[in-house]
Design a binder for this molecule. Structure first.
Ligand code: ADP
Ligand code: MG
Length: 610
């Protein structure tokens, strides 16, 4: 909060090219909306077509929700049909069987699936890929069984009839399909608007980071479980809302349309339309609702043709049909101009007394292997300490322990006089420790600038509410995030690569982006795992300059490195590991000449000469 106010001066709304990009992303949906409003007025739609449109609208809401789960967060669910059904039934039971008002039924139709989604999200947060798919399929099966067999609640296979539609103070009667169409349209627009804004929000970036690389997301300060559970909650709530509109739209429900087959249909709609975007959900839902109707003339072979078209779309359009618009986006979406901000303006000013981090008796065992064995060392405030040792000596394992990726087997890690051993990566990042990886772990599909903006997640607080309701504070925060990210990018000299996909950068530049992303978390201590590995001589020189400059700004570092000339030119002290144990420590020059160290690196002297 303070940070925002302090920097209020530098975060005025941005003018210029940002405005142009905005106008297009507003103009196109606005045109679509006008068409949607006028369409049924101009064309005299038959009752049948109108009911198909209503169906497509309820599906759209479900599929947009699934896109948040699958496309945004990378969580595969084959149980959206169940959430759709729970929403429809919760609503129908309350409104049709118990006579409660429509709006209360609607609320229950959203909240009951949300509750289930919350529990499923929580319990499956460690699962992904086909394991997660299996759990959601099982959930789907259970829900189908319950809908069919719990007769006192659901009326079994006979279903529930006489489901009411709302009326607005007796003024507008939604029993009229056209009126109900406009009510549904309002819901569709709200859901699309929310999902679209979510993607470019703090939470949306966190979700994308989780999708692209869960481990890197955590150490970059993203609350990984929160993002996953939130995705489940939003997806199930939207599925529920879709279910309510479906039930109210068709007046009658039975368990059939909420089975596994429907879950597969939702997944197909998401993939065909494009799971990465809200509009892809709309496209997929509408297209696959109407396609079977358009293919009617093919009679018996229609299902084969339908299947073939779906397979073609999934095979050749990995980002769905909406993904094609990404090609156009390049021409329209100019990079946002941001006001200049210097890195040193926001890197934390340090007030550490002496020891910033002290490690005592730290151990990590993998079965019988003592990868790290009772290691002690300290990093004093403002220093660059090197951690060296032959391959397999436990250096990366130590960084993993320090950044919360591993739970220590024993020992203690104190940072800023707090115990951090075994705490979550995102909490440690928030305390002020950032890191890079030996094998670069960027968020490959995100742009360079977005990669770095993820680093600001733990320093900002834009809530879900401000995704739904735009406000000045949130907008200022967004601009500040962008200008800070740009400052770190400028610092590593890659400002002209801001809009590149991270995965398309050459290796050396990817290393720099990873450092910039770590800096964007505003760390006090930076852990670097072999930052010069794979760099050529001139890139290494540039890296040394960069790290020196950072150190002059007050940033402390723990540097794991094999290149001894780099260690000599940067580190004041060195800790040497061999087979998980500390074998030497002290002033750099002196320690590198320690016979024990020379021996560890070269093997025994006789062997070295042999
Ligand atoms: P360094 O980074 O110094 O080259 P590491 O810390 O990566 O070494 O590895 C130290 C030892 O721990 C190696 O023998 C490695 O095989 C083992 N190790 C590292 N991570 C794991 C793991 N997750 N499971 C089992 N063994 C591991
Ligand atoms: Mg290593």
């Amino acid at each position: 909060m303070n940070m925002l106010e302090e920097n209020g001066k530098t975060s005025r709304p941005v003018r210029g090219s940002a405005q142009k990009a905005l106008s297009l992303s507003v103009l196109i949906p606005l045109l679509a909306l006008i068409v949607a409003v006028l369409f049924p007025l101009i064309f005299n739609l038959s009752g049948y077509v109108l009911s198909l449109i209503l169906l497509a609208m309820s599906y759209t809401i479900v599929v947009v929700g699934l896109n948040i789960l699958l496309g945004y967060t990378g969580q595969l669910s084959l149980g959206q049909g169940a959430f759709f059904g729970i929403g429809a039934y919760a609503f129908a039971i309350l409104s049709a069987r118990h006579g409660l008002p429509f709006w209360i039924g609607l609320l229950a139709g959203i909240m009951v699936p949300v509750l289930f989604g919350f529990v499923i999200g929580l319990t499956t947060s460690k699962l992904s890929g086909h394991y997660l798919a299996m759990v959601t399929i099982s959930f789907q099966m259970i829900v189908s069984l319950v809908l069919n067999n719990w007769k006192t609640l659901t009326n079994g296979p006979d279903g529930i009839t006489g489901i009411p539609r709302p009326s607005l103070f007796g003024l507008i009667d939604f029993k009229n399909d056209l009126n109900f169409y406009y009510l549904s349209l309002i819901f569709v627009v709200i859901v699309l608007w929310f999902a679209y804004r979510l993607k470019y929000s703090r939470l949306g970036r966190a979700m994308a980071a989780v999708r692209e690389n869960e481990m890197a997301a955590g150490v970059t300060g993203v609350r990984v479980y929160r993002a996953k559970v939130m995705a489940f909650v939003l997806a199930s709530g939207m599925a529920g809302l879709g279910g309510v509109l479906y039930a109210a739209g068709s007046n009658y429900i039975s368990p059939d349309p909420f089975g596994f087959a429907q879950s597969v249909v939702f997944l197909t709609m998401s993939l065909v339309g494009g799971s990465g975007s809200a509009y892809g959900g709309l496209l997929g839902a509408v297209l696959l609702t109407f396609l079977p109707e358009w293919l009617r003339f093919l009679k018996e072979i229609y299902i084969a043709v339908y299947g073939f078209m779906v397979i073609l779309a999934v095979l050749f359009l990995p980002q769905g049909i909406w993904g094609l618009t990404r090609i156009l986006e390049k021409y329209f979406r100019k990079s946002q101009e941001v006001e200049a901000l210097e890195l040193k303006e926001f890197l934390p000013k340090l007030e550490f007394a002496s020891d910033m981090m002290s490690v005592k008796g730290l151990s990590k065992h993998f079965g019988g292997l003592k990868a790290v064995d009772r290691v002690d060392f300290t990093v004093t405030s403002g220093e660059i300490k090197a951690l060296i040792g032959p391959n397999g000596s436990g250096k990366t394992t130590i960084l993993n322990l320090l950044s919360g990726l591993y739970m220590p087997t024993g020992g203690e890690i104190l940072f800023d006089s707090q115990r951090i051993g075994g705490r979550r990566p995102e909490d440690i990042a928030a305390l002020g420790i950032a890191r890079t990886f030996q094998n670069i772990r960027l968020f490959g599909d995100l742009s360079v600038i977005e990669n770095i903006m993820v680093g600001q997640t733990c320093r900002t607080q834009e809530s879900l509410l401000s995704v739904a309701i735009p406000n000045r504070r949130a907008r200022q925060e967004r601009n500040l995030i962008r200008s800070k990210a740009m400052a770190t990018l400028k610092f590593v000299g890659l400002q002209d690569k801001a809009d590149w996909s991270a995965k398309n950068l050459p290796y050396g530049q990817q290393r720099l982006v990873e450092i910039a992303r770590a800096l964007a978390t505003e760390p006090k201590l930076l852990l670097l795992d072999e930052p010069a590995a794979g760099l050529n001589a001139s890139e290494t020189d540039k890296l040394v300059d960069l790290l020196k400059k950072l150190n002059e700004m007050g940033l402390s570092m723990l540097l794991v490195e094999h290149d001894m000339s780099l260690v000599k030119s940067l580190a004041t002290t060195v800790t040497v590991l061999n087979f998980g144990q500390k074998i030497s420590e002290g002033n750099t020059e002196h320690t590198l000449n320690d016979p024990l160290v020379v021996e560890a690196y070269l093997g025994k002297e006789e062997e070295a000469y042999a």
